[in-house]
Design a protein around this ligand. Structure first.
Ligand code: SAH
Length: 515
């Protein structure tokens, strides 16, 4: 989008956010979202969409829970007009598609009446996406050649339904939005118009999200099924023979970790790769960062080390954070050429990859991704290390095994703290809400994630949960800390890496399933 040639007025983009899975936002939607000045969004739009917006954009929540309209529809229309008149580019994010039961048409009419320029970016509507993620094609050759979207909201109150039941009862596939509360009425109207009680029917709640739940039955049984399984809004109801294809096409719910609630305790900055992999495997990830990485406010020691970096023969990076903070500082005062000739060792493959991003290959990556592993690997360089200066930019509370062992080998070690691990604060209510859920697993990717997690529980008087945790650990050092803290571990990664931890989690889940 070219924002340079702005006129007096701004412009409004009515963007379909898709049904929930962020990946279903269109490329055009993402582009407009990331360059808009103002984002006006609803309850159903995923919060992570907002993280795509530019830093100085304004975010306005206008609510869309049935009982909790933060703004009336008229208020929303006026807001869009007003913001555009201020010359702003406004992204109006709406769940699914803006023109499918989303009142997007009303917003567009208000803009048109006010003479405001607008564009519509269609979205993937829940009726198609949630059904597809529940294993149901909207139409299917030989099964149905007609299909329709119907609102189940129409029948609220005492007003006569404006739905012509006689003509829709014969559609091959019927998809009802907002129909959970009125399901008994829907079923009875369809049967009254001659639809057989044995017609397959399904319900899909939170479709496309890892919290998706679905169930199926027939017109005769679906009301009871929904009640028994306690499925509620937001959900779609799909009626028709296409529902039968679910037994073969239910790909999403067959993912190995589908529906499993897994806690990720890494810092928010580091959680993304683990969370992403687990989500892709179907898990419902609960991010519960136990570490906050903050820079050491005083740069002077790091700056001194960078200034005289040619005095060092080795640099050892013990985490991705150390690499990133060190190189950002190097780049802001000098450039990477000052490191020419210096040998570099890293603790493991993730740290090596982060180093690669700065165009540098590590000389040493130990076989075992721990401090002990680096010490072992450096033992063969003992003669070379003697009397030489070694720089270790790391955490303020780093284990001293590495400096002590290297000093014993005759190296002149300088450990420079470049970041600090802090423990974030949580409320007891929040912790209860997490442990209330049927948790499957809690992942620990370092000893600090264990000790900080335990500290958080203790500070909030929630020690009772410790023995309930089913833990997965990234390696022996973390496992030892966890066991000492009283945590039951069912999984330990074969190699000290996130992919290895994830594959152990999957293996375990598959084994359990096959039992
Ligand atoms: N414009 C939206 C629909 C808004 S109406 C779209 O095109 O999808 C809101 C209704 O949509 C909900 O009551 C529910 O019936 C349905 N819905 C939206 N997202 C859903 C989801 N992820 N899973 C199941 N149903 C969903």
């Amino acid at each position: 989008m070219n924002l340079n040639n702005r006129g007096l007025n701004g412009k409004v983009y009515l963007i379909g956010a898709g049904p929930g899975d962020v990946g279903l936002l269109t490329l055009k939607g993402a582009e407009y979202l990331s360059s808009a000045d103002v984002i006006v969004y609803d309850y159903l739009s995923s919060n992570s969409l907002l993280s795509m917006s530019k830093d100085d954009s304004e975010h306005i929540y206008v609510g869309k829970k049935a009982s909790d309209h933060t703004l009336t529809q008229e208020g929303i229309n006026n807001l869009l007009v007003e913001k555009a008149r201020e010359g702003k580019y406004v992204a109006r994010l709406k769940g699914g598609d803006p023109y499918v039961f989303g009142r997007g048409g009303e917003e567009a009419l208000a803009l048109s009446d006010a003479g405001i320029e607008f564009e519509v970016v269609p979205g993937v509507t829940a009726g198609i996406a949630a059904a597809a993620y529940a294993g149901i094609p909207f139409t299917h050759r030989g099964i149905t050649s007609t299909a329709g979207f119907i609102t189940g909201h129409e029948m609220d109150g005492k007003n006569e339904s404006s739905i012509d039941w006689e003509s829709i009862a014969g559609l091959g596939t019927l998809v009802f939005y907002m129909g959970v509360r009125n399901l008994p009425v829907i079923v009875s109207n369809l049967k009254k118009e001659g639809r057989s009680g044995t017609t397959p029917a399904a319900i899909v709640q939170w479709g496309t999200l890892t919290s998706q739940r679905s169930a199926e039955g027939t017109l005769d049984t679906i009301v009871d099924v929904v009640r028994q399984k306690k499925i509620s809004t937001p959900a779609l109801i799909v009626i028709g023979d296409v529902v039968n294809l679910r037994s073969k096409l239910n790909w999403f719910e067959k993912k190995p970790l589908f529906g499993k609630k897994i806690i990720v305790t890494r810092s928010r900055a580091q959680a993304s790769s683990l969370s992403k992999e687990l989500r892709e495997l179907g898990a419902e990830v609960i991010e519960f960062p136990t570490i906050e990485i903050s820079l050491i406010p005083d740069n002077s020691n790091l700056d001194r080390a960078i200034d005289s970096v040619s005095d060092y023969s080795w640099i050892i990076f013990t985490s991705v954070n150390s690499v990133e903070i060190f190189f950002k500082r190097v780049m802001s005062i000098k450039d990477a050429r000052i490191l020419a000739g210096i040998k570099i060792a890293v603790i493991g493959s993730a740290t090596a990859m982060s180093l690669n991003e700065y165009g540098i290959k590590a000389d040493i990556i130990p076989e075992q991704f721990t401090s002990e592993g680096i010490v072992k690997a450096l033992e063969s360089y003992k003669a070379e290390l003697k009397g030489k200066k070694v720089l270790i930019p790391g955490s303020l509370i780093a284990r001293d095994l590495l400096p002590v062992s290297l000093t014993a080998m005759g190296a002149l070690v300088e450990a420079v703290p470049v970041y600090e691990n802090k423990t974030p604060e949580y409320t007891a209510e929040y912790i209860d809400s997490i442990f209330d859920k049927n948790l499957y697993l809690c992942t620990f990717t370092s000893s600090s994630t264990v000790t900080n997690f335990i500290d958080i529980l203790k500070v909030n008087n929630r020690n009772k949960y410790i023995s309930k945790i089913n833990g997965a650990s990234i390696g022996p050092v973390t496992s030892k800390t966890a066991k000492e803290a009283g945590i039951n571990l069912s999984i330990e990664a074969g190699v000290h890496t996130i992919p290895s931890l994830v594959s152990e989690i999957v293996n375990k889940a598959i084994k359990k399933e096959n039992k």
